[in-house]
Ligand binder design. Structure first.
Ligand SMILES: Cc1cc2nc3c(=O)[nH]c(=O)nc-3n(C[C@H](O)[C@H](O)[C@H](O)COP(=O)(O)O)c2cc1C
Length: 218
């Protein structure tokens, strides 16, 4: 198993999603000491920008051309980033809710690697097709106000639906999730936190015990 942890929380030791991820990764190490585990902190400065040059590169490739000059440099940076991502067969994503969606650094990551001929194909009649194959993803979601069943004033969820739509669009259909969404104003977070860590441990056991195992999609 080649496992890549893509981390979108900048909160280090304060981070709830990173704590659940640590439980997941510790369990994988226990069950499968030989598993290759790579950490990718999206806040470490390794993500290239996706601005005018990169957009020119992408649209040139999408139109069947070959980028040149600054667009070619930006395209190379995007493809190098994609290759690092594509080297893994199993992913762990830690995804905090930020303003009902995902942290902008994770959106930047998505914009950088979602490239024609790498992650997606396109056909004028059939539309998009995801090009990733045989990959599995576990996703840990956190929020501190929004939670399912809470009144609308506690917010809405454009985090999990958006992120999972992207995974499936890219061809990663084997997706399992852990949600930690304590209502900090009223609830006992400790109980929900324990449940999230237990779920992460169980999920890690399932994924690590059988690298070929396909977990049920959600
Ligand atoms: C910039 C920012 C925006 C946030 N927006 C929301 C939000 O819209 N809804 C919510 O329930 N929690 C929101 N939160 C709270 C986080 O989702 C919560 O603290 C969560 O634990 C973050 O994950 P982490 O602990 O792994 O960093 C926000 C936090 C930050 C820093």
């Amino acid at each position: 198993m080649n496992l890549l942890h893509v981390s979108a929380s900048p909160r280090g030791p304060q981070s709830e999603s990173l704590a659940v991820a640590a439980t997941f990764l510790d369990t994988v190490r226990e069950v499968t000491p030989e598993a290759a585990i790579e950490e990718w902190d999206l806040w470490d400065g390794s993500l290239p920008a996706f601005g005018p040059d990169a957009v020119t590169g992408k649209m040139t490739v999408f139109a069947g051309g070959q980028p040149t000059g600054a667009a070619a440099v930006a395209w190379d940076a995007a493809t190098t980033t994609f290759r690092r991502f594509d080297a893994a067969d199993t992913y762990l994503f830690t995804v905090p809710m930020w303003n009902a969606g995902i942290p902008y650094v994770l959106k930047q990551f998505i914009d950088v690697i979602s490239q024609p001929g790498l992650i997606f194909g396109f056909d004028a009649e059939r539309g998009y097709s995801g090009l990733l194959r045989g990959k599995r993803a576990a996703v840990i979601y956190t929020s501190a106000v929004y939670g399912p069943g809470r009144p609308p004033a506690f917010g809405a969820d454009f985090q999990a639906p958006y992120f999972e739509d992207w995974l499936r669009w890219a061809g990663i259909t084997d997706v399992s999730t852990v949600h930690f969404r304590p209502n900090l104003a009223t609830a006992d977070a400790a109980t929900a936190r324990k449940t999230a860590h237990d779920q992460a441990r169980d999920l890690a056991k399932v994924l690590a015990a059988d690298p070929g195992h396909r977990v049920a999609g959600v």
